[in-house]
Design a binder for this molecule. Structure first.
Ligand code: KIV
Ligand code: NA
Length: 274
């Protein structure tokens, strides 16, 4: 049996070999990514990239659990972290504990992630003290899209920089084992990484972060539009487009299925006496 990477292993990577993280939403993809990644995040971005929602606000606990179960079946080695969706943890530490423990029981995953604005420090420490490893998430917080008025990178003013640094420090002090730093100016990401004692995992941040994460569907090139910080490492959209087009043409010309794809059995028909 392969030993799975733990929250303590990830925490120990501060300032060391960069942590490799990607999102995963289904079992076969998780099995492939497991060969390359330290952390697989079942992120609530699945609402947008799998379910076609306009933001992550509509994602439910049930969706996170269902995809979390699939990823846990596919990945043996990587640490699996599951996002708590909007509305499942903000009300109180008690609400967060009830829903986080449910996610862990029903999926077998070892940790959850919350978007940890400075207000969330109390919840982070409540969960960690009670046995739930927490990954924080600061900077551009997609669940706050309706307050922010859009998905905008942070670090445009001295006040904004101070606020984001405060979110990071509060999250780390509260006991998070790692912090996702999303959509912040490079200098600010560097400053946060130097200031906190736990690993920072950057997305639209800086190569000096202690690790990096991208949304897998974005980096595989499934979409025409992606945020500036995404680098496309594949061209999945054109691969799928070509395969579906070739299939459609062959069905229409009756060249699929061909000899190799049909069963040439000679059935004995019921009542056949020959
Ligand atoms: O939901 C998600 O994909 C995330 C990553 C972008 C960090 O939270
Ligand atoms: Na997320």
């Amino acid at each position: 049996k392969i030993k799975r990477i733990t929250a303590a292993d990830i925490a120990a990577r501060k300032g060391g070999e960069p942590i490799v993280a990607l999102t995963a939403y289904d079992a076969p993809t998780a099995e492939i990514l497991d060969q390359h990644c330290d952390v697989l995040l079942v992120g609530d971005s699945l609402g947008m990239v799998v379910h076609g929602l306009p933001s992550t606000v509509g994602v439910t606990l049930e969706m996170m659990i269902l995809h979390g179960q699939a990823v846990m079946r596919g990945a043996q080695k990587a640490m699996v972290v599951i996002d708590m969706p909007f509305g499942s943890y903000e009300e109180s530490p008690e609400q967060a504990f009830a829903n986080a423990s449910r996610i862990m029981k029903e999926t077998g995953a070892q940790a959850i992630k919350i978007e940890s604005g400075a207000y969330a420090a109390e919840t982070v420490s409540f969960l960690v003290q009670r046995g739930i490893p927490v990954m924080g998430h600061i900077g551009l917080r997609p669940q706050a899209v309706n307050v922010a008025g859009g998905f905008r990178a942070k670090g445009r003013s001295t006040q904004e920089c101070a606020d984001v640094l405060e979110e990071a420090e509060a999250t780390a002090k509260a006991g998070a084992f790692a912090i996702v730093v999303e959509g912040v100016a490079e200098d600010l990401a560097n400053q946060i990484t130097a200031a906190v004692s736990v690993p920072t995992i950057g997305i639209g941040a800086s190569s000096s972060c202690d690790g990096q994460i991208l949304v897998t569907q974005d980096m595989l090139g499934l979409f025409d539009w992606t945020p500036k910080f995404v680098k496309r490492y594949g061209d999945l959209k054109s691969v799928i487009d070509k395969a579906a087009g070739d299939y459609a043409a062959e069905v229409r010309s009756r060249s699929f299925p061909a000899e190799g794809q049909v069963y040439s059995l000679k059935p004995k028909l019921v009542g056949d006496t020959a």
